[in-house]
Each structure stands twice: as C-alpha cells, then as structure tokens.
Design a protein around this ligand. Structure first.
Ligand code: ZN
Length: 204
C-alpha cells in the first residue's frame, strides 16, 4: 500500500464526518514492510504527500519531514500483535465516540449483518491519549477483534487493507447512528437468543 491510498481514504473518512478537524490518524504496512502513517496534526480531509511519513517498528522516521502521529505506538503495537492486520484507522467519529464516552461496549444485537461480521466491540480503559498504557490496553483487546472503542476518546479499526478497514469503520458508524436514532424513536428491540443462534449457525 502506498501514500496515495492513505490520502484517498483520508478524504472519504473526512467526507463522512468520521474524522472532524485534525482528529484521528491512518496507517498501513508499506511495500517494504515498514509503516506509512499520517503526520501529527494533519487533517484527514486535506492530506498531502508531506503529511504521510514512513516509520519503522521502533517508531523511528525513515521518510518525511514531519513528526509521525502521536498515536504511532498504538498502531505499532496492534501490527505486532496481529500480523494479519495491514491497515489501521483511528477515528473520533462523534456517533461512535458517544458510545465511548458513555462507557458502553457495542454489544446489542440489533442487526444480523453487523452481528455476523463483528459480534461485539470491546472498550478500553481510559488513558491519556498517546501514552504507552493506552497503546498496550488497546493492542491487547485486538487479540481477537478488529475494532476497539477507546474510553472517552474514539475508536480504532484494523483490516487486511485500507479499503476493508474503511468499510469496517463505516459499518460501525452505521450501527451507532441506527442505534441512536432508534433510541430517539423510543425503543431498541434487540434480536432474541434464537435469532442470534441462527446468525451464529451461518458461520459454520
Ligand atoms: Zn485520538
């Protein structure tokens, strides 16, 4: 994956309100097995080539004149924990972050497709952004999940490439918007145990 991919998906992420102002960051494994990551303070919707830097797995800059995202350790730790993950997006989407600030895991089974692909999405403890404690807690939760809510902060999603990762993020956003709208209508009706078992059976 290359810098153009990050710039392209940055525009799509920003365009859908998933990354207000300069929040969030995007990375992917480069063709030479290092990490391309957005620079500190860059805005997803306005990324240029200079806003994407290359770092190694120690966090050292290999290419670029800007500082790597302050959350680089979180990206590095997830890539180390999950070699199948090749692209990561961290987002402060307001709708998803509403769950994170409420301390709520995403675990109500309200739509079959979401349940099939995600099951539930766990939530980390609260840590100061960009700390090694936050990076470790989030990476541990990635052990068998492709998305984690970060308490009072946002969400982080990983996939096999940037397109898949973006679709995961978009799906989580759709879940959160649907859930919040249903709450406004008055009642969220989750699927029952039998219906959930039928979805599980589709996996085998
Ligand atoms: Zn953040």
């Amino acid at each position: 994956m290359i810098k153009e991919d990050i710039i392209y998906f940055g525009k799509r992420i920003y365009g859908q309100g998933l990354s207000p102002a300069t929040s969030g960051n995007i990375s992917c494994i480069s063709d030479d097995n290092n990490i391309l990551i957005t620079a500190s303070g860059s805005a997803a919707g306005d990324l240029t080539f200079d806003d994407v830097v290359k770092i190694n797995f120690k966090g050292e800059i290999l290419e670029g004149n800007k500082k790597a995202s302050s959350e680089k350790n979180m990206h590095i730790k997830i890539y180390k924990k999950r070699p199948d993950i090749k692209a990561i997006i961290h987002s402060h989407s307001p709708e998803i972050t509403a769950f994170a600030v409420s301390g709520l895991e995403i675990n109500e089974v309200i739509m079959p497709e979401f349940a099939f692909y995600f099951g539930s999405i766990p939530i980390s403890k609260y840590y100061l952004p960009s700390t090694i404690e936050l990076a470790e807690d989030v990476a541990n939760l990635f052990k068998n999940k492709n998305a984690v809510l970060m308490k009072n902060h946002g969400v982080i999603v990983g996939g096999r490439d940037l397109k898949e990762t973006f679709y995961y993020l978009e799906s989580i956003q759709a879940y959160c918007k649907t859930y919040l709208c249903a709450k406004l209508l008055g009642k969220v009706k989750a699927l029952n145990k039998k219906q959930i078992k039928e979805i599980d059976n589709l996996k085998h």
